[in-house]
Ligand binder design. Structure first.
Ligand SMILES: [Zn+2]
Length: 151
């Protein structure tokens, strides 16, 4: 069945705000980030993997035998790329650099903005550190961005 193309369309935009529960592990992660500028992960007592972002179970071992551990706000750049579109799909004049940083002492990584560097200055495996927001609110943007560690 072929659909008939409408004779008229009206262009519009819908901005949607919403609330979501970050869950048991996410709530603790965001509270410690907001209140103490700490990056918390969970360690599986069976396989010793440290998960950041934290989870309340290890999907490798199928266990919830986890403990909370603090992870350094430093890590290594696993990958990065330029992003030419904003979160609402608008073309950016100057691209953002987004990257994945594997935090020291963890088996995970955080996807976030990279700041204080150009893409040409970045290298996979280089040491990175978190720059925290001054007035934190309890969400991932309490991390302003990662930047290369200055020697
Ligand atoms: Zn495990």
């Amino acid at each position: 069945m072929k659909l008939k193309k409408p004779e008229m369309t009206i262009n519009g935009e819908i901005q949607i705000s919403y609330n979501w529960s970050p869950g048991k592990a996410g709530e603790r992660f965001f509270r410690d980030l907001r209140d103490h500028m700490k990056i918390m992960g969970t360690r599986c007592r069976k396989c010793s993997r440290v998960l950041v972002p934290p989870r309340i179970f290890c999907e490798e071992c199928f266990t919830d035998d986890m403990e909370w551990v603090e992870v350094e706000p430093k890590g290594t750049l696993a990958t990065f790329g330029d992003c030419y579109f904003s979160t609402d799909g608008k073309r950016l004049e100057k691209p953002w650099i987004l990257g994945i940083v594997r935090l020291n002492g963890s088996n995970g990584g955080l996807i976030h903005y990279i700041g204080e560097a150009t893409a040409e200055e970045l290298k996979i495996g280089m040491p990175m550190e978190i720059v925290f927001k001054e007035q934190r609110e309890g969400n991932i943007l309490d991390i302003l961005y990662f930047r290369p560690v200055k020697e």
